[in-house]
Design a protein around this ligand. Structure first.
Ligand code: HEC
Length: 185
């Protein structure tokens, strides 16, 4: 009985050994083994966990001070007397940075022109797919700088909060760039 078990175990190990050592990309074992060895950091393995670009990953969530109170922060900027003032002049560097950030984080939904689709939303791919973002520069002339600045941070009923992606100074640069975009026909 014992010998039989040993024989079976021996054959099993032999098959396993052959499977691993054959080049055979098609063997099931190699496949499973391959999938385990993905580019990843395994538990307890030291790796590059702390090598992310600073700010690339939100880890403290503090961009949204109070998720239930996103709108009062935006609304106070509607009245020009209480609106947050833009501390950054629209100099060339600010506009260049604003353009980069706007094109990266805003244009995907809002586009960067006044062009609209049949439903009246910005003519962008995501709107074709069901998003309902307005061609933002048709609206922004009616908003204070502070309003756009806070809107970018806190989002809206539909718009996602973008504060994780664009820091304070970057949002002012975006505002400056939007003011520049408004000048186009
Ligand atoms: C995922 C799509 C999406 C992205 C990305 C996005 N928005 Fe929006 N945005 C919307 C939608 C949808 C609305 C209209 C509904 C709402 O306010 O939630 C909107 C509305 C706005 C408005 C009009 C506010 C109002 O009260 O009418 C402004 C200004 C604005 N977005 C600025 C920005 C800026 C600046 C960025 C980039 C930092 C940005 N958005 C990124 C979807 C988006």
């Amino acid at each position: 009985m014992k010998a039989k078990i040993l024989l079976v175990a021996g054959i099993f190990l032999l098959v396993l050994f052959v499977a691993v050592n054959l080049s055979a990309k098609s063997t099931l074992f190699t496949l499973v083994y391959d999938m385990f060895n993905q580019v990843s950091i395994k538990p307890q393995e030291t790796g590059s966990m702390n090598a992310f670009v600073v700010g690339a990953v939100s880890i403290d969530g503090s961009e949204i001070e109070d998720p239930n109170d996103r709108f009062s922060r935006i609304i106070k900027d509607v009245i020009s007397k209480t609106a947050t003032l833009n501390p950054i002049k629209p100099h060339a560097a600010s506009l260049a940075e604003g353009k980069l950030k706007f094109n990266t984080y805003c244009a995907v939904c809002h586009g960067s022109s006044r062009e609209i689709n049949a439903e009246g939303f910005a003519k962008t791919k995501v709107n074709e797919l069901g998003m309902i973002a307005p061609a933002v520069i048709t609206l922004t002339p009616f908003f204070s700088d502070g309003y756009i600045y806070h809107k970018a941070k806190y989002g809206g009923a539909v718009m996602p909060p973008m504060g994780y992606a664009v820091a304070a100074e970057e949002r002012w640069n975006i505002v400056n760039y939007i003011r520049e975009l408004e000048k186009q026909k």
